[in-house]
Design a protein around this ligand. Structure first.
Ligand code: OOG
Ligand code: NI
Length: 314
């Protein structure tokens, strides 16, 4: 048929691959710990490419700046919306999106051959802005109102490492930080890649078990998020996650003030083979034979990777 169908976008769509790589460029420039962890893992694992489990973004759920703004690019590229996750205490909700196919794209990030493997899932959260205090809402809307008409360029802004709203003031940042560290993070980082996640079970050495990987990273001096314990395990036992503590970077605010703010972090996920596929020889196990999706209990603790309780920066 000649009708346009986003969900049948070609698997080798160069735009998707190039934009995914583009999201990682500002991330790799800003986040020393993420880069250090990736290098350590790659060297320890024999130098092969690292497969990616998912990319994550944060948004303000108001004025058209929420999940849908950055999700649109992925939907147009053939991603499909999957489950909603809710975090009432943090006043957040999230959606995750599955890639157009589980086929490996072997030349993903081909320039440096650093990241290859299956297309990553996408995890996008949004702050339920209308549940915040009126003072926090007033601060957020100062920025999101003007950015509303730019929301279709969220992915452009992310890949190019820019905000869609004016440079925030230090005072506005502080007002938000008191009430929601997620809000403060989003004000200064915008649509920046919040983290990418290494697919632990796709590694080839003994660090393809997340407990081994965590020990290796900690022995190498990488600080991991300790909220609720280093290792986060889903209720069904099939999704195991850990993450670093976000680096702090010096942010120059609109009024000239400079303050350290949390940037991004890196996550690690091991997905176990589902019970009904345990009979398969390991050489035949595909990504879709494993525990898919996300887990509220894990995610709730992983969000803390950028919080002052983990970074120690108040
Ligand atoms: C997302 C935290 C949740 C996961 O994989 O469950 C998460 C965030 O920090 O924005 O990444
Ligand atoms: Ni994640």
């Amino acid at each position: 048929s000649s009708s346009a169908n986003a969900s049948s976008a070609p698997m080798d769509a160069p735009l998707l691959r190039t934009v995914l790589a583009g999201f990682t460029k500002p991330y790799l420039q800003k986040n020393k710990t993420a880069v250090a962890a990736m290098k350590l893992i790659q060297e320890r694992d024999g130098g092969g490419p690292l497969a990616l489990d998912h990319f994550a973004f944060r948004t303000f759920g108001t004025d058209g700046c929420g999940i849908s703004s950055i999700a649109q690019f992925f939907l147009d590229m053939g991603y499909e919306v999957r489950d909603e996750l809710r975090f009432p205490t943090k006043k957040l909700r999230a959606l995750w999106f599955s890639p157009p196919s589980h086929q490996p794209i072997n030349d993903f990030m081909q320039q440096d051959k650093f990241l290859q493997g299956p297309l990553p899932r996408i995890f996008i959260s949004e702050l339920l802005v209308n549940e915040l205090s009126s003072s926090a809402q007033a601060v957020i809307s100062k920025y999101t109102r003007g950015a509303s008409q730019l929301s279709k360029y969220a992915s452009v802004a992310s890949a190019l490492g820019t905000l869609t709203w004016p440079l925030p003031s230090a005072n506005d940042y502080k007002i938000l930080a008191r009430e929601s560290e997620y809000a403060a993070w989003t004000l200064v980082n915008g649509y920046a890649l919040n983290h990418l996640t290494i697919s632990v079970h796709q590694l080839r050495s003994s660090i393809n078990k997340i407990s081994e990987l965590n020990a290796f990273l900690q022995d190498s001096g990488i600080k991991l998020n300790s909220e609720g314990g280093i290792l986060k395990v889903s209720l069904d036992g099939g999704l195991l996650q850990s993450s670093t503590v976000a680096d702090s970077i010096l942010f120059k605010f609109a009024d000239g003030d400079t303050m350290p703010v949390p940037a991004s972090y890196i996550e690690f996920a091991e997905r176990l083979v589902l019970e009904k596929f345990l009979h398969l020889p390991s050489s035949e196990v595909q990504e879709w034979h494993r525990r898919d999706g996300f887990e509220v209990g894990n995610a709730d603790k992983i969000f803390e990777s950028t919080s002052s309780s983990q970074t120690g920066v108040h």
